[in-house]
Design a protein. Structure first.
Length: 70
């Protein structure tokens, strides 16, 4: 994928972004993109989230939270 349309914050509209020559060897999967109009750079990267589950003594089940009236 050499080009994709994204929202450019400098141009303030949807613009075509292209992958510049990548010195790191990523080829088409390079996370860096450049706006074809103004040259603004965007960096796309995967976001990894880690969720830690608290230890529960009663068989691993957690009761849902309840709303409290003010």
């Amino acid at each position: 994928m050499r080009e994709r349309e994204l929202r450019c914050v400098i141009c303030d509209r949807d613009m075509m972004f292209e992958v510049p020559p990548c010195p790191d060897g990523h080829e088409d999967e390079c996370p860096e993109l450049l706006c074809t109009r103004c040259g603004a750079a965007e960096v796309l990267f995967p976001l990894a989230l880690r969720v830690f589950k608290p230890h529960t003594p009663r068989g691993g089940r957690i009761a849902p939270m309840q709303r409290r009236a003010a």
